[in-house]
Ligand binder design. Structure first.
Ligand code: SF4
Length: 274
Protein backbone atom coordinates (compact mmCIF):
# COMPACT_ATOMS: atom_id res chain seq x y z
CA UNK A 1 0.00 0.00 0.00
CA UNK A 2 1.29 3.45 -0.89
CA UNK A 3 0.33 6.43 1.28
CA UNK A 4 0.47 10.02 0.06
CA UNK A 5 -0.87 13.44 0.94
CA UNK A 6 -2.72 15.65 -1.48
CA UNK A 7 -2.05 19.23 -2.54
CA UNK A 8 -5.36 20.01 -4.20
CA UNK A 9 -8.57 18.23 -5.18
CA UNK A 10 -11.06 19.30 -7.84
CA UNK A 11 -14.79 18.79 -7.25
CA UNK A 12 -15.63 19.30 -10.95
CA UNK A 13 -13.39 16.49 -12.23
CA UNK A 14 -13.04 14.35 -9.10
CA UNK A 15 -9.25 14.13 -9.27
CA UNK A 16 -6.58 14.95 -6.70
CA UNK A 17 -3.24 16.55 -7.47
CA UNK A 18 0.09 15.76 -5.84
CA UNK A 19 3.25 17.81 -6.35
CA UNK A 20 6.83 16.96 -5.44
CA UNK A 21 10.28 17.88 -6.65
CA UNK A 22 11.82 14.44 -6.06
CA UNK A 23 9.27 12.05 -7.57
CA UNK A 24 8.78 10.21 -4.28
CA UNK A 25 5.02 10.71 -4.24
CA UNK A 26 4.63 9.28 -7.72
CA UNK A 27 6.40 6.07 -6.67
CA UNK A 28 3.96 5.64 -3.75
CA UNK A 29 0.91 6.32 -5.90
CA UNK A 30 1.74 4.06 -8.86
CA UNK A 31 3.84 1.05 -7.77
CA UNK A 32 1.78 -0.46 -4.89
CA UNK A 33 -1.54 -2.20 -5.56
CA UNK A 34 -3.38 0.14 -3.20
CA UNK A 35 -3.04 3.94 -3.05
CA UNK A 36 -4.35 5.75 0.03
CA UNK A 37 -4.33 9.58 -0.06
CA UNK A 38 -4.92 11.72 3.05
CA UNK A 39 -6.45 15.12 2.39
CA UNK A 40 -7.24 18.04 4.71
CA UNK A 41 -10.88 18.95 4.07
CA UNK A 42 -9.96 22.48 2.92
CA UNK A 43 -8.06 21.19 -0.13
CA UNK A 44 -11.11 20.89 -2.40
CA UNK A 45 -11.64 23.55 -5.06
CA UNK A 46 -14.82 23.83 -7.09
CA UNK A 47 -13.71 23.95 -10.72
CA UNK A 48 -10.72 23.12 -12.87
CA UNK A 49 -10.21 26.84 -13.49
CA UNK A 50 -9.90 27.48 -9.73
CA UNK A 51 -7.63 24.47 -9.46
CA UNK A 52 -5.23 25.71 -12.13
CA UNK A 53 -5.00 29.20 -10.60
CA UNK A 54 -4.13 27.82 -7.16
CA UNK A 55 -1.79 25.25 -8.65
CA UNK A 56 0.25 27.94 -10.42
CA UNK A 57 0.39 30.01 -7.22
CA UNK A 58 1.61 26.94 -5.34
CA UNK A 59 4.51 26.25 -7.71
CA UNK A 60 5.52 29.90 -7.96
CA UNK A 61 5.25 30.56 -4.23
CA UNK A 62 7.20 27.41 -3.29
CA UNK A 63 10.21 27.63 -5.58
CA UNK A 64 9.56 30.37 -8.15
CA UNK A 65 8.77 27.62 -10.69
CA UNK A 66 6.05 27.69 -13.31
CA UNK A 67 5.47 23.99 -12.63
CA UNK A 68 6.56 21.61 -9.86
CA UNK A 69 9.11 18.91 -10.76
CA UNK A 70 6.63 16.00 -10.52
CA UNK A 71 2.92 16.72 -10.83
CA UNK A 72 0.36 13.89 -10.76
CA UNK A 73 -3.37 14.12 -11.41
CA UNK A 74 -4.89 11.04 -9.76
CA UNK A 75 -8.45 10.15 -10.71
CA UNK A 76 -8.83 6.70 -9.14
CA UNK A 77 -7.41 3.18 -9.69
CA UNK A 78 -5.84 2.18 -12.99
CA UNK A 79 -8.08 0.50 -15.63
CA UNK A 80 -8.32 -3.30 -15.46
CA UNK A 81 -5.43 -4.95 -17.27
CA UNK A 82 -3.43 -1.71 -17.46
CA UNK A 83 0.20 -2.25 -16.33
CA UNK A 84 0.49 1.03 -14.36
CA UNK A 85 -1.46 2.42 -11.42
CA UNK A 86 -3.02 0.88 -8.32
CA UNK A 87 -5.90 -1.58 -8.32
CA UNK A 88 -7.63 0.34 -5.53
CA UNK A 89 -7.64 4.01 -4.52
CA UNK A 90 -8.93 5.46 -1.24
CA UNK A 91 -9.18 9.15 -0.38
CA UNK A 92 -9.42 9.91 3.35
CA UNK A 93 -10.70 13.40 4.12
CA UNK A 94 -9.40 14.75 7.43
CA UNK A 95 -11.07 17.27 9.71
CA UNK A 96 -8.73 17.09 12.74
CA UNK A 97 -9.67 20.53 14.10
CA UNK A 98 -10.40 22.25 10.79
CA UNK A 99 -14.12 22.57 11.58
CA UNK A 100 -13.22 24.51 14.72
CA UNK A 101 -11.00 26.83 12.66
CA UNK A 102 -13.83 27.28 10.15
CA UNK A 103 -16.23 28.21 12.95
CA UNK A 104 -14.00 31.04 14.22
CA UNK A 105 -14.17 34.11 11.91
CA UNK A 106 -10.83 35.38 13.23
CA UNK A 107 -8.95 32.30 11.98
CA UNK A 108 -11.10 31.02 9.10
CA UNK A 109 -8.77 32.69 6.62
CA UNK A 110 -6.07 30.16 7.54
CA UNK A 111 -7.97 27.43 5.68
CA UNK A 112 -7.15 29.24 2.41
CA UNK A 113 -3.46 28.46 2.88
CA UNK A 114 -2.04 26.30 0.06
CA UNK A 115 1.16 25.45 2.04
CA UNK A 116 3.40 26.96 -0.62
CA UNK A 117 6.00 28.13 1.94
CA UNK A 118 6.59 31.55 0.36
CA UNK A 119 6.16 33.04 3.84
CA UNK A 120 8.97 30.82 5.16
CA UNK A 121 11.39 32.05 2.52
CA UNK A 122 11.09 35.68 3.63
CA UNK A 123 10.66 35.25 7.41
CA UNK A 124 13.65 36.66 9.36
CA UNK A 125 12.96 34.33 12.31
CA UNK A 126 12.68 31.16 10.21
CA UNK A 127 15.75 32.27 8.23
CA UNK A 128 17.83 32.32 11.42
CA UNK A 129 16.55 29.32 13.38
CA UNK A 130 15.47 26.93 10.60
CA UNK A 131 12.49 24.61 10.49
CA UNK A 132 13.23 22.04 13.20
CA UNK A 133 13.01 24.63 15.99
CA UNK A 134 9.24 24.84 15.46
CA UNK A 135 8.69 21.25 16.68
CA UNK A 136 5.96 20.62 14.14
CA UNK A 137 5.69 19.62 10.47
CA UNK A 138 4.47 23.16 9.80
CA UNK A 139 7.26 25.65 10.42
CA UNK A 140 7.77 29.37 9.84
CA UNK A 141 4.98 31.96 9.94
CA UNK A 142 2.34 29.55 8.64
CA UNK A 143 3.34 27.02 11.33
CA UNK A 144 3.22 29.68 14.06
CA UNK A 145 -0.46 30.16 13.27
CA UNK A 146 -1.68 26.79 12.05
CA UNK A 147 0.06 24.61 14.65
CA UNK A 148 -1.69 26.22 17.67
CA UNK A 149 -4.98 26.03 15.75
CA UNK A 150 -4.59 22.31 15.02
CA UNK A 151 -2.64 21.08 18.06
CA UNK A 152 -4.11 23.43 20.67
CA UNK A 153 -3.22 26.94 21.81
CA UNK A 154 -1.66 25.81 25.08
CA UNK A 155 0.50 23.12 23.48
CA UNK A 156 2.02 25.49 20.92
CA UNK A 157 1.71 28.87 22.66
CA UNK A 158 5.37 29.84 22.25
CA UNK A 159 5.24 29.72 18.45
CA UNK A 160 3.03 32.79 18.02
CA UNK A 161 5.12 34.72 20.58
CA UNK A 162 8.36 34.22 18.70
CA UNK A 163 7.46 36.12 15.54
CA UNK A 164 8.63 39.68 14.87
CA UNK A 165 5.34 40.87 13.28
CA UNK A 166 7.43 42.53 10.56
CA UNK A 167 4.73 41.76 7.96
CA UNK A 168 7.07 40.17 5.38
CA UNK A 169 4.98 36.98 5.38
CA UNK A 170 1.79 38.80 4.39
CA UNK A 171 3.59 40.63 1.61
CA UNK A 172 5.01 37.39 0.18
CA UNK A 173 1.84 35.29 0.49
CA UNK A 174 0.26 34.66 -2.94
CA UNK A 175 -3.16 34.29 -1.26
CA UNK A 176 -2.68 37.50 0.78
CA UNK A 177 -3.35 35.70 4.05
CA UNK A 178 -2.99 38.13 6.95
CA UNK A 179 -0.68 36.09 9.17
CA UNK A 180 0.44 39.07 11.33
CA UNK A 181 -3.19 39.81 12.25
CA UNK A 182 -3.75 36.19 13.28
CA UNK A 183 -0.50 36.12 15.27
CA UNK A 184 -1.74 39.15 17.22
CA UNK A 185 -5.14 37.51 17.67
CA UNK A 186 -3.50 34.33 19.03
CA UNK A 187 -1.51 36.41 21.53
CA UNK A 188 -4.67 38.24 22.55
CA UNK A 189 -6.61 35.00 23.15
CA UNK A 190 -3.70 33.59 25.15
CA UNK A 191 -3.52 36.74 27.29
CA UNK A 192 -7.24 37.31 27.83
CA UNK A 193 -8.41 33.68 27.93
CA UNK A 194 -10.83 31.99 25.54
CA UNK A 195 -13.28 29.23 26.45
CA UNK A 196 -13.52 27.82 22.91
CA UNK A 197 -9.74 27.45 22.60
CA UNK A 198 -9.32 26.45 26.24
CA UNK A 199 -6.98 29.25 27.33
CA UNK A 200 -7.00 31.01 30.71
CA UNK A 201 -6.22 34.71 31.27
CA UNK A 202 -2.73 35.64 32.43
CA UNK A 203 -2.23 36.35 36.16
CA UNK A 204 -3.33 39.72 37.60
CA UNK A 205 0.21 40.87 38.46
CA UNK A 206 1.40 40.14 34.92
CA UNK A 207 -1.59 41.93 33.45
CA UNK A 208 -1.07 44.93 35.76
CA UNK A 209 2.64 45.08 34.83
CA UNK A 210 1.82 45.02 31.13
CA UNK A 211 -0.85 47.69 31.50
CA UNK A 212 1.60 49.90 33.40
CA UNK A 213 4.23 49.40 30.70
CA UNK A 214 1.66 50.15 28.02
CA UNK A 215 0.64 53.36 29.78
CA UNK A 216 4.29 54.35 30.16
CA UNK A 217 5.13 53.87 26.51
CA UNK A 218 2.13 55.90 25.37
CA UNK A 219 3.14 58.92 27.51
CA UNK A 220 6.47 60.04 26.01
CA UNK A 221 7.28 62.70 28.63
CA UNK A 222 6.81 60.28 31.53
CA UNK A 223 8.67 57.59 29.62
CA UNK A 224 11.69 59.87 29.07
CA UNK A 225 11.65 60.90 32.76
CA UNK A 226 11.55 57.22 33.80
CA UNK A 227 14.48 56.41 31.52
CA UNK A 228 16.47 59.30 32.94
CA UNK A 229 15.75 58.19 36.52
CA UNK A 230 16.68 54.60 35.67
CA UNK A 231 19.91 55.81 34.13
CA UNK A 232 20.84 57.64 37.37
CA UNK A 233 19.81 54.64 39.49
CA UNK A 234 22.09 52.47 37.39
CA UNK A 235 25.06 53.73 39.38
CA UNK A 236 23.67 51.81 42.37
CA UNK A 237 24.30 48.63 40.42
CA UNK A 238 27.98 49.48 40.04
CA UNK A 239 27.67 50.35 36.39
CA UNK A 240 30.26 52.19 34.39
CA UNK A 241 29.51 53.95 31.10
CA UNK A 242 26.80 51.88 29.37
CA UNK A 243 27.36 48.47 30.95
CA UNK A 244 25.80 46.75 33.95
CA UNK A 245 28.32 44.70 35.93
CA UNK A 246 26.18 43.70 38.87
CA UNK A 247 22.44 43.64 39.53
CA UNK A 248 21.11 45.35 42.66
CA UNK A 249 18.88 44.00 45.46
CA UNK A 250 18.09 40.29 45.49
CA UNK A 251 19.72 39.70 42.10
CA UNK A 252 23.42 40.38 42.75
CA UNK A 253 24.79 37.09 41.41
CA UNK A 254 28.19 37.26 39.81
CA UNK A 255 29.95 36.56 36.54
CA UNK A 256 28.66 33.26 35.32
CA UNK A 257 27.21 31.55 32.25
CA UNK A 258 24.42 34.10 32.02
CA UNK A 259 26.60 37.21 32.00
CA UNK A 260 26.67 39.13 28.76
CA UNK A 261 29.72 38.98 26.54
CA UNK A 262 30.26 42.74 26.69
CA UNK A 263 30.44 42.91 30.48
CA UNK A 264 32.79 39.91 30.47
CA UNK A 265 35.18 41.97 28.36
CA UNK A 266 34.55 40.62 24.86
CA UNK A 267 32.36 42.56 22.47
CA UNK A 268 30.51 40.60 19.79
CA UNK A 269 30.88 41.54 16.14
CA UNK A 270 28.63 43.82 14.08
CA UNK A 271 25.01 42.99 14.67
CA UNK A 272 25.85 40.77 17.64
CA UNK A 273 23.14 40.67 20.29
CA UNK A 274 24.83 38.67 23.02
S1 SF4 B 1 0.45 31.45 4.53
FE1 SF4 B 1 0.53 32.10 2.36
S2 SF4 B 1 2.75 32.09 1.87
FE2 SF4 B 1 2.51 30.90 3.79
S3 SF4 B 1 2.31 28.77 3.11
FE3 SF4 B 1 0.21 29.60 3.30
S4 SF4 B 1 -0.31 30.34 1.24
FE4 SF4 B 1 1.92 30.07 1.27
Amino acid sequence: MGITGCNLACAQTGHITTVSNEGNIRMSSTLPKVHVAFMGMERVVATLTDHDILFRLLSTGAAAQKLGGYVSYVGGPGPAGFPDGPEAFHLIVIDNGRSRILADPAFREMLCCIRCSACLNVCPVYGKIGGHAYGSPYSGPVGAVVTPLLAGFNRAADLCRGETLCGACKQACPIDIDLPRMLRELRFRLAEGDAVWDTVPVSRPEKAAMEAFSWLTTHPAVFRAALSAASRLQSLAGSSRDSLHRLPGPWPGGPGPGICAESAGSRSGPGGNS
